[in-house]
Structure formats: structure tokens, C-alpha cells
Design a protein around this ligand. Sequence first.
Ligand SMILES: Cc1cc2nc3c(=O)[nH]c(=O)nc-3n(C[C@H](O)[C@H](O)[C@H](O)COP(=O)(O)O)c2cc1C
Length: 203
Amino acid sequence: MGNTNVAVIFYSMGGTNYQMAKWAAEAAEAKGAEVRVLKVQELAPESVIEGNPAWKATVEATKDVPVASSEDIEWADALIFSTPTRFGNVPSQMKQFLDIQGGLWGSGKTVNKVVSAMSSAQNPHGGQEATILSLYTSMMHWGAIIVPPGYSDASAFSSGGNPYGTSVTVDQDGKMVEDVEAAVKHQAQRTVTTAEWVKQGNQ
Ligand SMILES: Cc1cc2nc3c(=O)[nH]c(=O)nc-3n(C[C@H](O)[C@H](O)[C@H](O)COP(=O)(O)O)c2cc1C
């Protein structure tokens, strides 16, 4: 059995979810996984991004990160998503990425992907769970195997305690309020472990 392949797929306007994706990647690699960190395609008009310094800085910081494709999903045994909350839902950029996978879904290649999701929002109760649940709804249609962190590790309690998927509050300056690094890393490693179980059981 080869390494477990993990695609960490994020959208980020202010850098939070990019950082969470990098923590997840680091933890998955430490578990021996082969990891790809991938962004979803930006859809916002350039003029809008230009007018927002934080957004512009994130675009610049992630310019060398490859854009996720169907091939990445096909390659991956596990998918870890990190996405901001937009009006209590996934951003259109992330939704569009899911919505262009009809062909892959139609050929049965989304079945049995082991998936887990993380989120962020500006308010402690700003819709993080709803965002993660929205993404998980699509994953049910994919026939994916959803791996929530639950309270499977003490890190959940010190990071805000979201059992759906690690989530963080982001203040007015774009800084993370809770320390979620350990929770992100635990979630990523739990996802890798589950993907290993599925892969081994499938041999
Ligand atoms: C259009 C828009 C809608 C948003 N909706 C919410 C919301 O419903 N609840 C909330 O707490 N924060 C909301 N936010 C704040 C973002 O969730 C927050 O900036 C994001 O999680 C930071 O992640 P990032 O740094 O990876 O972009 C919204 C931001 C934008 C731009």
C-alpha cells in the first residue's frame, strides 16, 4: 500500500483558512501522508480585490499555490476543506469548485473519499457549524465518508469546542481569536488515520 494521499483544499480572503490549511498539511505530512495544499479558483472581479488590501495580500501570498482540480480529488484518498463563512454558508468560490465536479461524481470517483472540513467566521456564533454542515451535505451526495473531529481529543475543548470541524473566530484585524493549531492538526491526523483504515480495508 502506498502513502495515503491528502488534498487540503481551501478558500481564503484574509489568510486565516490558508494558515489552517498549512497546519493541516503539516500534520498530515507528519503522519506520513503525501499532501497537496490547493486553493480553489478565485471568482471575484479583480477590481474588488484591488480595493481590499488584506484580500490583495492573500492573493499575493497564495499566488504559487496550485488551483484544485478534479484530478486532485481523484488522486486523493482524503480531502480536508478549510473555508470561511459567508452569510452562514460556503463562499461561492468553494461552491463553484464543488459544482464543477459533476463529471467526476458521475463516474463514481467521489465515492469513499474520506473528508473533513474546517471553517472560520468573524463572530463566535457567526455560522461556522452551518458552513461546515453545508459542505458536508454536498459530501453526502458524493458518497464520501465524513470524519468530524467530535470530542476525540482534548484540543477541541481549548479551541472553541466545535465537534463538526475545527472553527475559529477572526477579529476585526483579521487575527485568529482562539488558538486552534492543535485542533486543526488533530483533525487532520484523525482524517489521515481514517483514510488509512479505509484504504487498507479496501485492499
Ligand atoms: C461577504 C461576507 C460575508 C460574511 N459572512 C459572515 C457571517 O455570516 N458570519 C460571520 O461571523 N462572519 C462572516 N464574514 C466574515 C468571514 O467569515 C471572515 O472574514 C473569514 O472567516 C476570515 O477567513 P479568511 O481570513 O480565510 O478569509 C463574512 C465576510 C464576508 C466578506
